[in-house]
Design a protein around this ligand. Structure first.
Ligand SMILES: *Cc1c(COP(=O)(O)O)cnc(C)c1O
Length: 372
């Protein structure tokens, strides 16, 4: 296997892989599994500092985003879509698919959303059923300050949907203090499971909004209401991927035990940015850097493809390019979850230093943690 230093999926701890290989029962008929599922959801809620109920859905991170939008949106609803990144703008598509009217609030993709400017905007227009915002917009590595944005939206009576798939656990998330109504997560980012599960925390306000719909949700698989009585009725809307959930439980237990997790992410992210800029490389964003991913511009005279190919062929390390408006422009290093260790990053930066030199890039200093 190669070393997978991408911003999701990440590498997976051995105890998580082992948990995924345990013998499995029938998750629909085994009453113990309902307890296991609910306890896993409770653990997830606890780690995100919320009393809100969490649900584990069988599907990749995108399903969580779609389920939030499908469940809240009725035809004609005005929805504020905060757009300062590829995932940010992407929410507009889901809103349209479910008949809503997305109103884009578009700002510079290299900068975080300015809370004061958003406040000025809301003073003039705040007639929105709910708003969407991305915590860490992974293609650019930009981290929005949801601790300020969500409470501001709530001041104007706007329900909040946050995509923190690649933000959570590497960056602080406090769902209750920040008044996040629906928070979307995925198994393959800092949680460090393989791809396959998405998790949502749902506030009472969001539940009420779903229950008070005039029209039914135009989906079954993306309808969060189908989970409403799962525990009392002992009936899941569809058969649960039990091995994935065994792995998730172990991964969440790992996070609970790892009291230094956030501090380590913060330190490694900061050191990575320093190492790159000291060498003369340029970060993509101008502010608001996520602790989970670092994004830098492809230096003059080389292509993203050349760097990625040489990293993999010569050093067995996989980095990522980016897509959409950033395609070919940047390289992304994922340092989230199980990847986020001093050893992994030391090895990655050492390899990156050699690759850039071999490709003829002039560097001001070695790309390295040395001396930082
Ligand atoms: C990874 C990710 C998702 C999940 O979607 P992918 O299919 O893995 O791209 C959703 N939102 C964000 C911000 C992500 O980083």
């Amino acid at each position: 296997m190669y070393k997978m230093m991408t911003p999701g999926p990440t590498m997976v701890a051995e105890n998580v892989r082992k948990a995924r290989s345990l013998e499995t029962g029938n998750p629909d008929l085994d009453m113990d599994f309902y307890e296991f599922y609910r306890d896993t959801c409770k653990l997830y809620s606890e780690l995100l500092h919320t009393k809100n109920e969490s649900l584990i859905l069988s599907g990749e991170g995108i399903l969580g985003l779609e389920a939030a939008i499908a469940s809240l949106t009725e035809p004609g609803d005005r929805v504020l879509v905060l757009d300062n990144g590829v995932f940010g703008r992407g929410f507009a598509d889901f809103v349209s698919i479910y008949g809503g009217n997305p109103v884009l609030y578009t700002t510079d993709y290299k900068r975080t959303i300015d809370v004061e400017a958003l406040k000025d905007y809301l003073e003039k227009d705040s007639d929105f059923k709910y708003a969407t915002v991305v915590h860490c917009d992974t293609p650019s590595g930009m981290l929005n300050d949801i601790s300020e944005i969500c409470p501001l939206l709530k001041e104007y009576g706007i329900v909040t949907v946050v995509d923190s798939v690649s933000g959570m656990f590497g960056n602080e998330v406090d769902v209750d203090a920040w008044q996040i109504d629906i928070l979307c997560g995925g198994s393959q980012k800092a949680i460090s499971c393989p791809i396959g599960l998405t998790l949502v925390t749902v506030s009472d306000a969001a539940k009420k909004m779903m229950e008070n719909r005039k029209q039914p949700v135009a989906s079954f698989y993306a309808n969060l209401l189908t989970f409403k009585h799962y525990y009392t009725d002992k009936w899941f809307p569809y058969s649960m991927p039990i091995s994935d959930i065994y792995g998730l439980r172990q991964a969440l237990e790992n996070i609970k035990e790892d009291t230094e997790m956030q501090k380590r992410h913060e330190e490694i992210a900061k050191k990575t940015r320093t190492a790159l800029t000291r060498a003369g490389l340029t970060l993509y964003g101008e502010n608001g850097y996520s602790n989970t991913v670092t994004v830098f511009r492809v230096p003059q005279g080389v292509t993203a493809q050349q760097i990625l190919k040489k990293m993999l062929e010569d050093y067995n390390i996989m980095l990522a390019g980016s897509f959409d408006v950033m395609a070919g422009e940047v390289i992304r290093i994922g340092h989230m979850g199980y990847n986020c260790t001093e050893e992994n990053m030391t090895e990655t930066l050492e390899a990156l230093d050699s690759v850039l030199r071999k490709l003829g890039v002039l560097l001001n200093a070695p790309v390295s943690f040395a001396g930082i």
